[in-house]
Design a protein around this ligand. Structure first.
Ligand code: NAP
Ligand code: HSE
Length: 434
């Protein structure tokens, strides 16, 4: 039978996983796709680099033009990452009449409208299951299986690197830098790991989830985002004392006030499903109006889990299934109504606050007064005795858990508190998801 000829751009962590599935299980994949696959091209930066996969019959090149100009290539798999030159390569592939499979969340989050406009014009599919949640079929779930629902909320752990780091720090007290180094060695981190730890990668994935769940074209700049790079071990310990773990969450909530979106380290109560997601695993909790509460769980990063999603897309493209959701759902459509974001005056949460204050009479009362003046009620307080040996007036941490408070009020209160002379460092504020 006529094979599906493939060109692969990028043969790093994910590309190598894709290559392994293609070369080690050709019969299984051919059975599922109804046609065999022929891997013809691999585009890389350094053709001399050892890849650890069988490359018989594969032409390795640094010149993407060879792949794009090859009329035999039906599907381009883009696993190189970044937006430049990836965007140009993907647009050129579509213009040349090739379908595209990509795991590149930065590309879709930042240029989804351009990519899908070109795909629709060319009548070609863009499949992107590997871009969110690694091996978890969340794109398929939101785009197809839950299509009857209006999604009401999403709460997601979608960065394996950050979840790995937070797990190691919480459970083993590992320093942040060492945990990050291990995540990089294991192939979880982006080429530039800043994108993982500063929350950008999670925001990219939230933008894609928002497109699938709410048909909302959300610009990256409008997603408030905070990473794990400024968290201290102390924050994880205080959260633990209160019965919580800290997770980097992507949150989306739809209400009459609008769509609330946020990426932030968040306290999650121990014993709840998201709190139990450890290491590089991801989980996405989706609440739909018909289906109710659902949870999708699996390995969110790494070569083989992501390759599992990429190859599933490839099979969907080969069978013609991938074209349907990408065209009929009009993803990243120019005619979609503008997104109405929930204003901070309508956002409510409980908050975990850490202050660094002078250990003097009346300081706690001053902070409580300001919080009270802004209508914020205190649920619990932790201040450990620094001991008799501590130098007089040395700064100490004070941790406050609030009852539900309005975000705008909280921010106003924190601005006021941070201006006090008895406050020695900017306050740390984390949301709580119970
Ligand atoms: P990676 O290990 O850094 O691999 C990138 C590959 O692309 C390398 O083979 C590199 O070639 C090639 N490449 C980069 N720039 C190129 C250029 N200008 N021209 C030609 N080739 C170029 O990255 P990765 O971790 O596999 O990630 C790839 C994509 O998958 C990214 O979009 C990432 O966000 C996404 N993703 C990654 C994971 C994961 O767990 N790692 C999971 C889901 C999605 P050389 O090898 O010659 O340098
Ligand atoms: N760097 C990403 C992560 C890869 O750690 O989750 C998976 O998208």
């Amino acid at each position: 039978m006529n094979p599906v000829t493939i060109g692969l751009i990028g043969l790093g962590t994910v590309g190598t996983g894709v290559a392994r599935l293609l070369t080690e299980h050709p019969d299984r994949l051919a059975r599922r796709a109804g046609r065999p696959f022929r891997w013809k091209w691999a585009v890389v930066r350094d053709p001399a680099k050892a890849r650890g996969v069988a490359l018989e019959g594969v032409q390795v090149t640094t010149d993407v033009g060879q792949l794009l100009d090859d009329p035999e290539v039906e599907v381009v798999i883009e696993t190189m990452g970044g937006t430049d030159p990836a965007l140009g390569y993907v647009l050129a592939a579509l213009a040349a009449g090739k379908h595209v499979v990509t795991a590149n969340k930065a590309l879709l989050a930042e240029h989804g409208a351009e990519v899908f406009a070109r795909a629709r014009a060319a009548g070609r599919a863009v499949a992107f299951e590997g871009s969110v949640g690694g091996g978890i079929p969340i794109v398929q779930a939101l785009g197809v299986a839950l299509a009857a629902n209006q999604v009401q909320s999403l709460a997601a752990i979608v960065n394996g690197t950050c979840n790995f780091i937070l797990t190691r720090m919480t459970e083993e007290g590992l320093p942040y830098e060492e945990a990050l180094r291990q995540a990089q060695q294991l192939g979880y981190a982006e080429a530039d790991p800043t994108l993982d730890v500063d929350g950008t990668d999670t925001a990219h994935k939230l933008a894609i989830l928002a497109q699938l769940a709410f048909e909302a074209d959300v610009r990256l700049e409008v997603i408030p985002r905070q990473g794990i790079d400024r968290l201290q071990l102390a924050d994880l310990k205080y959260a633990g004392e209160l019965g919580y773990v800290i997770k980097l969450l992507a949150l989306a909530k739809l209400s009459a006030a609008g769509l609330e979106l946020r990426v932030a380290p968040t306290l999650v109560r121990r014993g709840t499903p998201l709190a139990e997601v450890r290491g590089p695993y991801n989980a996405i909790r989706v609440v739909g109006d018909a289906v109710g509460d659902t949870l999708f769980y699996g390995r969110g990063a790494g070569a083989m889990p992501t390759a599992s999603a990429v190859i599933a897309d490839l099979i969907d493209v080969a069978t013609g299934r991938a074209g349907l959701p990408s065209r009929s759902r009009t993803l990243w459509s120019e005619s979609a109504p503008p997104v109405c974001l929930t204003p901070p005056s309508q956002i409510q949460s409980r908050y975990h606050l850490r202050f660094t204050i002078a250990d003097r009479p009346g300081v706690l009362a001053q902070l409580a007064q300001i919080l009270g003046d802004h209508g914020i009620s205190i649920a619990s307080v932790i201040q450990h005795d620094p001991g008799d040996d501590a130098p007089a007036d040395s700064p100490v941490p004070l941790v406050i858990m609030t009852h539900h408070a309005i975000q705008a009020d909280l921010h106003a209160a924190l601005e006021e508190i941070d201006r006090l002379g008895v406050v020695h460092a900017p306050s740390v504020c984390l949301g709580v998801e119970d």
